[in-house]
Design a protein around this ligand. Structure first.
Ligand code: C2E
Ligand code: MG
Ligand code: MG
Ligand code: MG
Length: 285
């Protein structure tokens, strides 16, 4: 990202290399401490199904609650963690929380799918991830259908045999796979043909101005039609207003996610949210 903007670039790369190394070291020990002291929290954002008119799942999004700096967003610490080779540990910590929390929704009577974001690096090691997932599901006795893995489209662009193997192993367990940020990877669509995935998540950049920009409408319509014909489910990210929801529903989009339904929240706040949407449903029926 520093590369993209001249200003950031100067600020970020100006220090001497030794200073930069120091900054990295601080962050590295901070991040290690964060893992040890459980400063990393999964927040949950609902996925709303447009035909069933209810919340059908939650996406786990990592938050770093730093004791001095406050909440740090994943846009900041995920790239850093990747660089420091700590991303696997972070993903594993969030996934463990998500699987555990999925059980507490089940205990409250909700059958929901929890999805977790997984870095591409992990997939490059073949079926190792699936093995860890299997152990975790057994540990918490969560049925595999209640877990979904999200992978960004950019990972799939360089679709190697190992990534393919990793995805097949996951789906072999009964865990579903979603392509995140779909449409931003500048990739050839042909990769979809050979890939075992279940859900396409349309990137929020196509949704933001969907009620006004014709090109966005054309793209979203095409993605929905393509997904439909391939038997995949489509979710639109970043829905912030009712008009966006109405457009997407009319075009046959299956699910939406975005501030219009809810921002990502801590686990405790998902329960009142679920009850609220339950009540809405009853009012409609
Ligand atoms: P993502 O998986 O595509 O998640 C969607 C992002 O959009 C989230 O940002 C979410 O808070 C935000 N968002 C949701 N609804 C709206 C909306 O209506 N409007 C707007 N403007 N934004 C919305 P967040 O939580 O900052 O996460 C950013 C990215 O960091 C995620 O993108 C994901 O790629 C990555 N990430 C988050 N948690 C993890 C994790 O545990 N592991 C890994 N490897 N990556 C993670
Ligand atoms: Mg995601
Ligand atoms: Mg996304
Ligand atoms: Mg994203």
């Amino acid at each position: 990202q520093a590369k993209d903007s001249g200003k950031d670039c100067i600020v970020f790369y100006q220090p001497e290399m030794s200073d930069l190394a120091t900054v990295r070291l601080t962050y590295e020990s901070d991040l290690r401490r964060a893992l040890r002291e459980r400063q990393l929290q999964a927040y949950y954002q609902p996925k709303f199904d447009l035909s069933q008119q209810k919340i059908v799942g939650f996406e786990a999004l990592a938050r770093w609650i730093h004791p001095e700096k406050g909440m740090i967003s994943p846009g900041v610490f995920i790239p850093l963690a990747e660089e420091l080779n700590m991303i696997d540990q972070i993903d594993a910590a969030i996934m463990a929380q998500a699987v555990k929390d999925a059980m507490s929704w089940r205990q409250a009577g909700y059958d929901l799918v929890v999805s977790v974001n997984v870095s591409g690096r992990e997939l490059e090691r073949g079926d190792e991830l699936a093995q860890r997932v299997e152990v975790l599901l057994e540990q918490y006795a969560l049925p595999p259908q209640n877990l979904q893995i999200e992978i960004t489209e950019s990972v799939l662009m360089e679709l190697t045999e190992r990534v393919q193997q990793a995805l097949n192993a996951l789906r072999g367990l009964g865990v579903s796979v979603a392509i995140d940020d779909f449409g931003t990877g500048y990739s050839s669509l042909s990769y979809l043909k050979n890939l075992s995935v279940d859900v396409i998540k349309i990137d929020q950049s196509f949704v933001r101005e969907i009620t006004r920009v014709r090109e966005d409408q054309v793209i979203v319509r095409a993605v929905i039609a393509m997904a439909e014909s391939m038997g995949l489910s489509v979710l639109a990210e970043g829905v912030e207003a009712e008009e966006q929801c109405r457009f997407l529903r009319k075009e046959g989009c299956h699910q939406i996610q975005g501030y219009w339904i809810s921002r990502p929240t801590p686990l405790e706040e998902t329960f009142p949210l679920l009850r609220e949407y339950d009540n809405l449903q009853r009012l409609k029926a």
